[in-house]
Design a protein around this ligand. Structure first.
Ligand SMILES: Cc1ncc(COP(=O)(O)O)c(C=O)c1O
Ligand SMILES: N[C@@H](CCCC[NH3+])C(=O)O
Length: 440
C-alpha cells in the first residue's frame, strides 16, 4: 500500500477516506476530475508554523502565498487561522477582499505590478507593498501623491543564492527577474529612494529564494544575508528594519524519494539564525515573516480522476488514461514534477503492474505520472493522486476547452463544495460571435 495512506484511512467498504469522507463517494457525487482539500491538514500545518514562532518568542506573520491555491473558501479559512496573505494580482486581491479577508493583512508581490493594480492596492488600504523595482517605486509614489495616501513597503532583495530546485522555480539567484540586486548597489539605492518618500513607510526587507527547496543552507544563507543587510543599513543610513520576510519555498514530500525536513523545522532554524545574527550585529530582533504556499496547500490536496482507456504497447509500459491531466495539473509537463497515486476504491490491493498515468489532453507530454505501480484496474475505477493541492488548480487552464474541476473541502466526515465545476457555458461567457453580438 502507498505509504501516504494510513490503515485508518480505509473504511469498511475498503475505500480510501479523506477527511473522514469516502473518496469514491466524493468522486461519484461531485464528478471527476475533482480537487479535494483536507481542511484539518491545512489548519494543522498553519498551527505548526505558529507554534514555532511562539516557542522562539518573536513577532511574526504567517503570510499564506495564495498563488499556491486560491478560492473564496481558502481565503476565509486562512483568515480564520489568523494568517496574512501574499497576493500577486488584482485578481487575488479582489477575491481575497470578496472573501472578507482584511486588506491590512495582505502583502502585494510581483515584478511588474500595473498602475491599476497599485491603485487598487492603495484604494483598498493594503497592508504592505513588496517593492520589486525602480519603475514600481515611481508609479507608487505618483499614486500615493495623487491619492493623498500612505502605505507600508518592503524591499524585495535578490540575495544571490541559487537554491537547488528546478531552474524555473529558482528566484534568489543574481540572474533573476525578481527584486533589487545586492551586489550592484541597487538595494541601497532603492532604500535611499524609499526613505525620501514621505508617503512610503519602510517596513523591512524581503527575499524568496525559490520553491520546493530541501536544503537548509539556502534558507540560513538568505536569513544571514538579510540580517547583514539590515546591519549595514543601520550603520550607513541609520535605518533599522522592523520586519525580515524570508518568503516561502519549504519543500514537501511528493514521492518516496523526497525526505524533506518538516516545513516548521526549516522555519525554526531560520528564526534562530535571524535572532542570533541580529543580536551579534547589535540590532533589535526584527519580526520574522514567512510566506509558505506549497507547504500549506500541497499535502492537503488530493486529485480524484476516473480511469478510462488503456493502451498496451508491446514491450513498453501500458498507458492508463484518466479524465483530467495537464489542464488541471501542468506541473509534470512543466517541471517534470513527480507524484504518486493509488486506486481509491481498492487502496490496499497489491500492485501487479507499472503504468504511465496519461491525461486526456492532445499532447504527448500530457503524462501525469511516468511510472506508477498499481493493482489491476478497470475503466470506472477512481484514481487518487496525492499532494496535488499547490500549483495545480491555481495553474489550471482550459486547454482543449476542458472545464476546470470542482473543488471540495472535507473535514470530520463533512464535504462542502467550495468551487463548482466549470460548464461549457462558463467557457463561452466571454465570447461574442463574428457579428460582435453575444450568441443566445
Ligand atoms: C514572493 C513569494 N513568496 C512566497 C512564495 C511561495 O512559495 P512556496 O509555495 O514554495 O512556499 C512564492 C512562490 O514561489 C513567492 O514568489
Ligand atoms: N508554480 C511553481 C512554483 C512557483 C512559485 C511561484 N514563485 C510550482 O508549481 O512548483
Amino acid at each position: 500500500m502507498n505509504e501516504q495512506i494510513s490503515p485508518s484511512q480505509i473504511n469498511a467498504a475498503g475505500h480510501l477516506t479523506i477527511g473522514g469522507c469516502d473518496a469514491v463517494d466524493l468522486a461519484h457525487e461531485y464528478g471527476t476530475p475533482l480537487g479535494v482539500y483536507d481542511v484539518s491538514q491545512i489548519k494543522s500545518q498553519i498551527q505548526h508554523f505558529q507554534e514555532v514562532f511562539k516557542n522562539n518568542d518573536v513577532d511574526y506573520a504567517v503570510c499564506y502565498a495564495s498563488k499556491a491555491f486560491a478560492n473564496t473558501a481558502m481565503y476565509q479559512l486562512v483568515h480564520e487561522m489568523d494568517c496574512h496573505v501574499d497576493v500577486v494580482s488584482a485578481g487575488e486581491i479582489s477575491m481575497a477582499l470578496h472573501a472578507g479577508f482584511p486588506a491590512s493583512k495582505m502583502t502585494f508581490h510581483g515584478n511588474n505590478k500595473s498602475r491599476e493594480e497599485l491603485q487598487l492596492a492603495v484604494d483598498q488600504g493594503l497592508g504592505v507593498i513588496a517593492l520589486d523595482n525602480f519603475h514600481e517605486i515611481d508609479l507608487l509614489s505618483d499614486i500615493l501623491e495623487k491619492s493623498q495616501a500612505e502605505i507600508k513597503v518592503l524591499l524585495r532583495i535578490t540575495p544571490g543564492i541559487s537554491a537547488h530546485t528546478h531552474e524555473y522555480i529558482q528566484t534568489g539567484q543574481i540572474d533573476s527577474k525578481f527584486g533589487f540586486d545586492l551586489e550592484s548597489g541597487q538595494a541601497d539605492q532603492a532604500l535611499q529612494r524609499v526613505l525620501q518618500e514621505p508617503r512610503m513607510h519602510m517596513l523591512g526587507v524581503h527575499a524568496h529564494i525559490g520553491s520546493q527547496i530541501f536544503e537548509l543552507a539556502g534558507f540560513e544563507g538568505a536569513g544571514k544575508k538579510l540580517v547583514d543587510l539590515a546591519a549595514d543599513w543601520k550603520k550607513r543610513f541609520d535605518y533599522e528594519a522592523e520586519v525580515i520576510n524570508v518568503g516561502g519555498g519549504f519543500g514537501i514530500r511528493y514521492t518516496q524519494a523526497d525526505r524533506p525536513l518538516k516545513p516548521e523545522q526549516f522555519v525554526d532554524i531560520i528564526i534562530k539564525t535571524i535572532k542570533q545574527e541580529s543580536q551579534a550585529a547589535g540590532l533589535k530582533t526584527p519580526a520574522v515573516w514567512i510566506e509558505p504556499g506549497r507547504s500549506i496547500a500541497g499535502p492537503a490536496g488530493y486529485s480524484l480522476y476516473t480511469i478510462g482507456s488503456r493502451k498496451d504497447v508491446k514491450g513498453i509500459r501500458p498507458y492508463l488514461a484518466v479524465d483530467g491531466g495537464m489542464g488541471d495539473n501542468i506541473r509534470p509537463a512543466l517541471y517534470d514534477a513527480q507524484y504518486e497515486a493509488a486506486v481509491a476504491n481498492r487502496p490496499a490491493a497489491p500492485a501487479v503492474e507499472t503504468v504511465h498515468i496519461a491525461g486526456k489532453y492532445c499532447e504527448s507530454g500530457d503524462i501525469l505520472i511516468q511510472e506508477q505501480a498499481l493493482p489491476e484496474t478497470q475503466p470506472g475505477d477512481i484514481l487518487v493522486m496525492f499532494d496535488t493541492g499547490a500549483y495545480g488548480y491555481s495553474m489550471a487552464s482550459n486547454y482543449n476547452l476542458n472545464p476546470k474541476p470542482a473543488i471540495v473541502f472535507v473535514e470530520n466526515g463533512q464535504a462542502t463544495l467550495v468551487t463548482r465545476r466549470e460548464t461549457p457555458s462558463d467557457l463561452e461567457r466571454l465570447d461574442f460571435g463574428l457579428n460582435g453580438q453575444q450568441l443566445s
